[in-house]
Design a protein. Structure first.
Lengths: 306, 90
């Protein structure tokens, strides 16, 4: 078993580009911090998958239904992969993670605490939220010090790329659509712009261990700013407006500067006090309870000797 | 439930690569879950699924110790010899 004599040695190993593997005798603080981060990611994929599932029936036309189906499988698949990686860290079992999620003891991303009202919202999610999530994941993948997480992220990122492309396709279709479609899309952007910007989180604190231990490779504010620089011109070019009255372009640098960000909204959402938190969690509990017969059938299958 | 490890081989010359793990009650369902989780977009043309308890796992420290300097040749000596040219020592 690989082990390190001190935190200094361990950090030197990480700074040197070392990858930590599940059997390594890693410092408890590292194990705990990385586990919490992966659990949050897994929970978010799971909650995202359930949301996507709601749109299989509601998506307009067969092609969009098929895409919703594929995306649902992807998101639930990502949750599966991530829960395995998290469980192998030996902090909690998969069952314990599910119980904690459904009891509201653990968190998931802010964007899954809001309601998707219309097809326009669903496209705004595919375009804005998926882009924001992908940017965060790419930044983690780039320099990630935990081997199993880095390897599974490669696959997740590839699949999120499909989703983002699909989001942009649908957005551009709406942009070229009827006045009603255009309006529906604008409403979606108006509802999802801020939650997407907030997804990156407040400015990274100087003592953030996730940055020091090479889980994150970029500061939150850098990723957030890059997102704004990319999205504002794209949305504007497609004929949409950004719901930020204080958004301005710096005359010298040409960079877009956001108005003040409401971090209380982020805190409220993550702590389960978002506009749709209760319904979402309840939905997840219903899905879990509804599938109890599948789990008991699997347990019975496992109990039968081959 | 048992834990299984999944290995995929992409079409072509690549070797099998470990892609991840999953939980399943038995071997048949492990194969089925592995297809659902890991090969929804033709990520491989061959797949191995192995129960984790059947894997023999080497100690990374012992692996590192199996390496010996005399099995390597980093070319330093050769470079020095070439630079010295072929004149016999006088």
């Amino acid at each position: 078993m690989r082990s390190w004599d001190s935190m200094e040695d361990f950090e030197a190993f990480l700074d040197d580009g070392g990858l930590v593997e599940p059997d390594d005798d890693m410092p408890d603080a590292y194990r705990e911090a990385v586990f919490r981060f992966i659990e949050l990611h897994a929970n978010s994929e799971y909650m995202g998958g359930l949301t996507e599932r709601d749109w299989i029936a509601k998506a307009p036309g067969l092609t969009n239904k098929l895409t919703a189906l594929a995306k649902t499988q992807d998101e639930i698949g990502h949750a599966h992969l991530l829960y395995m990686v998290a469980a192998d860290m030996g902090v909690k079992t998969r069952d314990e993670m599910t119980v904690d999620l459904l009891a509201g003891h653990t968190t998931f991303h802010n964007v899954f605490h809001y309601r998707a009202h219309s097809w326009g919202d669903q496209i705004a999610i595919a375009y804005l939220v998926d882009a924001a999530a992908l940017a965060s994941q790419q930044a983690v993948f780039k320099n990630c010090s935990y081997g199993p997480y880095k390897r599974i992220l490669r696959r997740i990122i590839a699949e999120e790329g499909f989703h983002m492309r699909n989001g942009e396709e649908l957005l551009l279709k709406m942009a070229k659509g009827t006045a009603e479609q255009h309006e529906m899309m604008q409403e979606g952007i108006d509802r999802w712009w801020w939650p997407s910007v907030q997804l990156f989180g407040p400015d990274t604190r100087p003592d953030d261990v996730l940055l020091r231990w090479h889980i994150k490779s970029e500061r939150n504010e850098v990723l957030r700013d890059r997102f704004v620089q990319k999205m504002v011109p794209q949305l504007t070019a497609a004929g949409f407006t950004i719901p930020d009255p204080d958004l301005r372009q710096d005359p010298d640098t040409g960079r877009w500067v956001s108005g003040e960000i409401d971090w209380d909204a982020l805190k409220a959402a993550i702590s389960g006090r978002g506009p749709d938190s209760a319904r979402r969690l309840n939905d997840a509990r219903l899905a879990w309870d509804g599938a109890a017969w599948v789990r008991s059938a699997l347990d019975e299958a496992a109990a039968v000797p081959a | 439930m048992k834990t299984y490890e999944v290995f995929l081989k992409r079409p072509g010359k690549d070797p099998f690569t470990h892609v991840g793990a999953l939980e399943a009650p038995d071997d048949d369902l492990a194969l089925s879950f592995a297809r659902d989780c890991y090969t929804r977009r033709s990520e491989g043309d061959q797949m191995w699924v192995v129960a984790r308890e059947d894997l023999l796992v080497a100690d990374p420290v012992e692996l590192e110790m199996a390496d010996r300097p005399h099995r390597h040749n980093d070319g330093t000596l050769l470079r020095d010899l070439r630079q010295a040219g072929s004149q016999p020592a006088s």
